[in-house]
Design a protein around this ligand. Structure first.
Ligand SMILES: Cc1cc2nc3c(=O)[nH]c(=O)nc-3n(C[C@H](O)[C@H](O)[C@H](O)COP(=O)(O)OP(=O)(O)OC[C@H]3O[C@@H](n4cnc5c(N)ncnc54)[C@H](O)[C@@H]3O)c2cc1C
Length: 427
């Protein structure tokens, strides 16, 4: 890109905000426009289901960068503005009534939207919530008062984090999960049963392996009861639906850019159109860790992709090839995850998942440590990251012995892999 070039970024979320800032930090002196349909400057979503929901953070704590940075960096930010179409021939996007902007490079950082339940009455009930944006959380928060009954549909990370906050606030919580175990898409059975135990100990009523067969509504059209496929009736004052995310690909698709559960990009995050790039939750990239292509939904993935793309756009091509990592906070527990697991991995556990509140689980493939879940032990996580990055070959007996120091298992050889991204809400 030259000094006269214009980079237009669609989507003012984590990846879009980071990319705009990174471009200036890497001395790009051309024009940058960041366009987002939310009213806020780019903000961090993880606290929405954690500290912000609990009331331990305020709005300004969530900003990805301070709002004055955009002016200082001469980044033109258009908030509350939805991009409607891309004209690839003219290299032009349209928005508002009939406004348009021409680009030299267009970056799609459009993230995703919560997968919705196919039930009109449910979705229009004033006590039913999804969780992606600040305004949704601000509407949910006043409902979470001691003694109210929250039903969470979906036992993934977001559902469980909200369940944990709600229990902390004295709310009676029921979680419904269609799969046989919690977090089934993202972790091993041993971690699922660990979190199952923790949530039950905290007083959550869990229904795994159960689907919703119906909903009842009050005369004022609020959801009042959730009915399960075994006939169980769950009286409900407020409901959170956390059943996954759909990538916002419509804009790309309508423009004829290749899409398949995400916008398809190469390792330089370039789409099937050489002037258009995609980063963050919406991008499906070639993943050397798992083979094939992958779309990850995490902060590390968004920020690392933004950094790599900024570097590429200023003329130093930087293929994205990070080892995913991720975290989740539930009650006082901090889960940290590195690497991507495969169902055939051998599993080595440090600690007692049936009794302890801090354990580590390692995943071994072809004798190499390829992934780890570490609960409430940041030091051990730092070691686990090194073991995974180096694809260390270790003695499973020592790895599983909580009294054996992990650092003594580290090999001396180096690896070319860097760490970034995460496997959490992945597909
Ligand atoms: C409740 C919650 C908790 C989470 N917790 C964690 C966690 O603990 N750890 C972790 O690593 N990750 C977590 N994540 C995931 C993480 O927040 C996402 O991976 C990250 O926000 C993705 O960034 P993004 O920029 O790709 O997308 P987003 O942050 O979703 O930003 C995309 C933006 O683009 C806008 N947009 C879409 N289409 C258009 C258009 N046509 N015109 C203009 N604007 C448009 C969207 O409205 C949105 O503002 C969590 C997510 C949620 C929702």
């Amino acid at each position: 890109m030259s000094d006269n070039d214009h980079v237009v970024i669609v989507g003012a979320g984590q990846a879009g905000g980071d990319l705009a800032a990174n471009l200036r930090e890497k001395a790009f002196s051309g024009r940058i426009t960041l366009i987002g349909d939310e009213d806020s400057y780019p903000y961090s979503r993880p606290p929405l289901s954690k500290a912000y929901l609990l009331g331990n953070k305020i709005r300004s704590d969530l900003l990805v960068r301070s709002d004055e940075m955009y002016g200082r960096f001469d980044i033109d930010v258009k908030l509350g503005t939805r991009v409607k179409s891309i004209d690839r021939q003219r290299k032009r996007i349209t928005f508002g009534e009939s406004e348009h902007l021409d680009y030299d490079a267009l970056v799609l950082a459009t993230g995703g939207s919560p997968r919705t339940y196919p039930d009109e009455r449910l979705n229009s009930s004033s006590n039913v919530f999804y969780m992606r944006a600040l305004d949704q959380v601000e509407r949910l928060r006043p409902h979470l008062t001691s003694g109210t009954r929250l039903t969470v549909i979906g036992g993934g990370y977001i559902g469980l984090e909200v369940a944990a906050v709600a229990r902390t606030l004295g709310v009676a919580v029921t979680v419904i999960e269609r799969e046989q175990r919690l977090l089934a898409r993202v972790t091993s059975p041993v971690m699922s049963s660990f979190f199952d135990r923790i949530h039950r100990e905290e007083g959550v009523a869990l229904h795994t392996g159960r689907s919703v067969s119906g909903f009842d509504f009050s005369p004022d059209r609020e959801l009042s009861r959730v009915v399960l496929d075994d006939g169980t009736i769950i009286e409900t004052d407020v409901c959170l639906i956390g059943i996954g995310l759909q990538p916002n690909t419509a804009l790309a698709e309508a423009a004829g850019v290749e899409v398949n559960d995400g916008i398809i990009v190469d390792s330089l995050l370039q789409t099937s159109d050489p002037s258009i790039f995609a980063v963050g939750d919406v991008a499906r990239y070639p993943c050397s860790e798992s083979g094939g292509t992958r779309r990850l939904e995490s902060i590390p993935n968004s920020t690392e992709q933004a950094r790599a793309l900024a570097q590429t756009l200023v003329g130093n091509p930087a293929p994205y090839n990070a080892i995913p990592w991720f975290w989740s906070d539930q009650y006082e527990l901090k889960l940290q995850v590195v690497g991507l697991i495969s169902p055939s991995d051998a599993v080595v556990v440090r600690g007692d998942p049936q009794h302890d509140r801090s354990i580590s689980v390692f995943y071994i493939r072809n004798d190499e440590v390829r992934a780890a879940d570490v609960v409430s032990n940041p030091r051990e996580f730092a070691m686990a990251r090194k073991l995974v990055t180096k694809r260390a070959v270790v003695d499973p007996a020592k790895l599983g012995d909580a009294s054996f120091p992990l650092k003594d298992l580290l090999p001396v050889v180096n690896s070319s892999f860097s760490v970034g991204g995460m496997p959490a809400y992945h597909h």
